[in-house]
Design a protein around this ligand. Structure first.
Ligand SMILES: [Zn+2]
Length: 263
């Protein structure tokens, strides 16, 4: 840590870690409140059991949860473990992204933004079997803007690599969901997945998105075989799509390059 350059990158990584933990804390509010239709800004952070508002020093990411042993200081109610996990995982994932891509790379910002949607979606769908449109639609819209930028604002490249695959997936999945409902008289593919898969396509593009869907299906199948006892048990696919999206963003390029399939 002697020259200015390494000091600068140390400061950048430190900033990413601190901002990541703070964002993780915000994602926890999203996970708690969005599926219940509550505002994410009002009221300020409070215990969901006793309603006591949290002073700033009881609202420090990671530290507060550990210092209070996962309980509310006022009433002793248990704080759900997702609070600690999200506050740890978010900065960690952002740091790995920064190390892999470098903060000057647009890919870092694109995937960091995508993670910002996928982390809450993972937990909300796992807990409530629901992918809120207030998350999936902005994920899709902002992804389109960043992909256009990543295509150096060349409309033809953007259209062929990102827009058209996403649109085709949407049409295909929508038709499939409708057909399923007609034949089996119940929802097969969740409505949320019909938006989430095209949204992922917007971030990954035509080459990578088949691998993301394949990985999600493999992860989902493993989970199904290991943990789902009855065939008709409700089982959300969104968490596996979110997990596959995060994993593929980190290893996809390297994997494809290593088999001579680089782009
Ligand atoms: Zn409490």
């Amino acid at each position: 840590m002697t020259d200015g350059k390494s000091l600068l990158s140390f400061v950048i990584y430190l900033l990413i870690a601190v901002l990541g933990a703070a964002l993780g804390s915000f994602f926890n509010v999203v996970i708690d409140r969005v599926p219940r239709g509550k505002s994410i800004v009002n009221p300020p952070s409070h215990c969901t059991e006793c309603g006591k508002q949290l002073p700033a020093w009881q609202n420090i990411p990671i530290y507060s949860y550990l210092a209070q042993k996962g309980r509310c200081k006022n009433c002793g109610a248990k704080i759900h473990w997702h609070h600690l996990v999200v506050e740890l995982v978010t900065p960690l994932l952002f740091l790995i992204l920064a190390l892999l891509f470098g903060v000057e790379n647009l890919a870092f910002w694109k995937f960091a933004l995508m993670f910002g949607f996928l982390i809450p979606i993972f937990f909300i769908d796992a807990f409530h079997q629901l992918i809120p449109l207030v998350l999936s639609l902005p994920m899709l819209g902002l992804g389109l803007i960043l992909s256009f930028a990543q295509s150096a604002f060349r409309f033809r490249d953007f259209f062929l690599v990102y827009f058209l695959p996403a649109l085709m997936l949407f049409i295909l999945l929508y038709a499939l969901a409708l057909a399923w409902e007609k034949v089996f008289k119940k929802e097969g593919l969740g409505g949320g997945d019909v938006i989430l898969i095209p949204a992922l396509a917007v971030y990954f593009g035509a080459v990578h998105i088949p691998f993301v869907i394949l990985l999600a299906s493999v992860l989902g199948m493993i989970y199904f075989l290991l943990f789902v006892r009855k065939a008709n048990q409700v089982f959300a696919f969104g968490p596996f799509l979110a997990l596959a999206g995060v994993l593929w963003a980190l290893v996809g390029d390297v994997l494809l390059l290593s088999v001579g399939f680089g782009l």
